[in-house]
Write a protein that binds this ligand. Structure first.
Ligand code: FAD
Length: 492
């Protein structure tokens, strides 16, 4: 068998979170086998938001050999145990979507079935009481637990994360080029990308190109016209404005997502400051009103000028096209509601490493990559739409539109199945597990009409014992945990 003829020159266009996440992983994994070059423009800069993450990032950092305390110090990170959703089901209502599981699943049926049965037997304790991460978050507590018994992610400054990864990538041999890409040169014969032409006439040749140029999508769309699936009819928000503020209280281990009449607002507490932003639908709210709303609700001294962003929700039809792969915002965007963008970068980067072509990319590799990445995006899309669709809010045209809109068949099936039977199935390594769907569906007001008969198998005494011991375990573990920020300060 011949030695694989690897694409020796990998060129990454763009140095935001996606560019540096890719560069750090490729330089560390491939070492001298490939020559990794990253081109970025200081004058253009990065999007400057992206602070809330989900648990797989912990594994990504471990894979790259990154020490957690050092990483948290460098990125001013706090721990995150989930998201508090306020005013989504209705004004004044709130629920928590936490990481980790709730109660104890049986192989045949998730814990929600046992909890639903218990409700019919006179047990009135809320579903939330059986979730460790949720109760720790509510109590403002955190600690690492033996055997990774607590699921967590980070709230971080993504510009600092990119800078941290840059140092790592450069020390692993990644070559950084500063300059503006003025033109993408195509190979006249096969239509692949041949080189990036920079201002001043510099030419960067490559075999494989990663498009990390953000919403501009200079390579995948600008040069290769990969196409875009527009999802704005399901995810109608298309604008955001962000402001950073000084902290006014110790950071809590969760992100807040507070719905308003035409979108929602985030609050993400880091060690040194807080991230705040309004996401809105421009059909129902203009940017001045969004800014006014944001300024009227933030706490603490403002540290930055308002950062206005416009976006279109959807996904690049071909994430990998010819010798170019979209990573990050160039591949699509589904708004930041469940903090999934950095995760999609991570998934793309790990797939690129696994599917690195031996020579010119094969059509099979490309088709497999596109299928996997697109399926991830569609599954996340459905989960996000759920938050808008399953609402009892009728107080504004925006919410009336959301409640009445058609949703993808894949989502209506999931909602109907849960409503009828209490069941949720996870398909094809879907990101969001059963408990995530259960928490959000019940939090948004969808209650099952029946449950798995296996739940009725327990006697009254067995059921009471099971529920009490699960609750006691949660309460006891949480009461032994330190206050979150005290733990962070001591840890890094
Ligand atoms: P960018 O940060 O835009 O980087 C693009 C890079 O390309 C820059 O280095 C730029 O200089 C370079 N570039 C562009 N054009 C050229 C050129 N001509 N020549 C040279 N270089 C060029 N994600 C989360 O996971 N959690 C969140 O909480 C979250 N919140 C968000 C809130 C909002 C409102 C938005 C819009 C996004 C949010 N995201 C979030 C998404 C997250 O910000 C991005 O996924 C992440 O920052 C990666 O962006 P990027 O690297 O793809 O693009």
């Amino acid at each position: 068998m011949d030695m694989p003829n690897l694409p020796r020159r990998i060129v990454i266009a763009g140095g935001g979170t996606s560019g540096w996440m890719a560069a750090a992983a490729l330089a560390r994994t491939l070492g001298p086998v490939a020559e990794v070059t990253l081109v970025e423009s200081d004058a253009i800069g990065t999007i400057g938001v992206g602070e809330s993450t989900i648990p797989p990032l912990v594994a990504y950092n471990r894979l790259l050999g990154i020490g957690e305390a050092e990483f948290m110090k460098a990125t001013q990170a706090t721990f995150k145990l989930g998201i508090m959703f306020e005013n989504w089901k209705d004004q004044g209502a709130r629920y928590f979507h936490s990481f980790g599981g709730t109660g104890k699943d049986h192989w045949s049926a998730g814990f929600q079935h046992f909890w639903l049965h218990a409700q019919t037997q006179g047990h009135s304790e809320p579903y939330d009481d059986y979730c460790l991460e949720l109760k720790a978050a509510e109590a403002g507590k955190f600690a690492h637990l033996p055997d990774d018994r607590i699921n967590y992610a980070y709230q971080l400054d993504s510009s600092l994360y990119a800078a941290f990864l840059r140092r790592m990538a450069e020390s692993d041999g990644c070559n950084r080029v500063e300059g503006r890409i003025a033109h993408v040169e195509l190979d006249g014969q096969n239509g692949d990308i041949a080189a990036l032409m920079l201002d001043g006439g510099r030419r960067i040749e490559g075999d494989l190109f990663l498009d990390c140029t953000g919403f501009r999508a200079l390579l995948i769309e600008g040069a290769l016209h990969a196409g875009f699936d527009d999802w704005t009819h399901w995810l109608p928000c298309d604008g955001a404005v962000a402001i950073q503020t000084a902290s006014v209280r110790p950071p809590v281990p969760y992100t807040r997502a507070i719905a308003h009449e035409a979108g929602w607002q985030w609050r993400i507490p880091l060690q040194h400051r807080a991230g705040n932003g309004i996401v809105y639908c421009s059909r129902y709210m203009d940017r001045e009103a969004a800014l006014e709303k944001l300024l009227g609700t933030i706490e603490g001294e403002t540290l930055t000028q308002p950062n206005f962003m416009s976006f279109k929700t959807g996904a690049r039809r071909k994430q990998w096209h010819r010798n170019c792969i979209a990573v990050g915002l160039s591949g699509g965007f589904m708004e930041p509601l469940e903090s999934t963008s950095i995760h999609l970068i991570q998934r793309a980067v790990l797939r690129i490493v696994r599917m690195l072509p031996a020579g010119r990319p094969s059509d099979r590799d490309i088709a497999e990559f596109n299928d996997q990445q697109f399926t991830d995006m569609e599954q996340i899309r459905d989960f996000l739409i759920l938050h808008y669709k399953a609402t009892e809010r009728a107080d504004s045209p925006f919410w009336r539109h959301c409640a009445s809109m058609e949703v993808p068949e894949s989502l209506s099936h999931k909602i109907d199945l849960f409503r009828e039977t209490g069941r949720v199935f996870r398909r094809n390594e879907e990101l969001f597990a059963e408990n995530s769907w259960v928490q959000v569906m019940m939090g948004q007001g969808i209650l099952p009409q029946s449950y798995h008969p296996v739940a009725a198998k327990l006697s009254g005494e067995e059921l009471s014992y099971l529920l009490a011991s699960l609750r006691e375990n949660v309460t006891k573990t949480v009461s032994g945990m330190p206050e979150h920020f005290a733990y962070v300060s001591h840890y890094c």
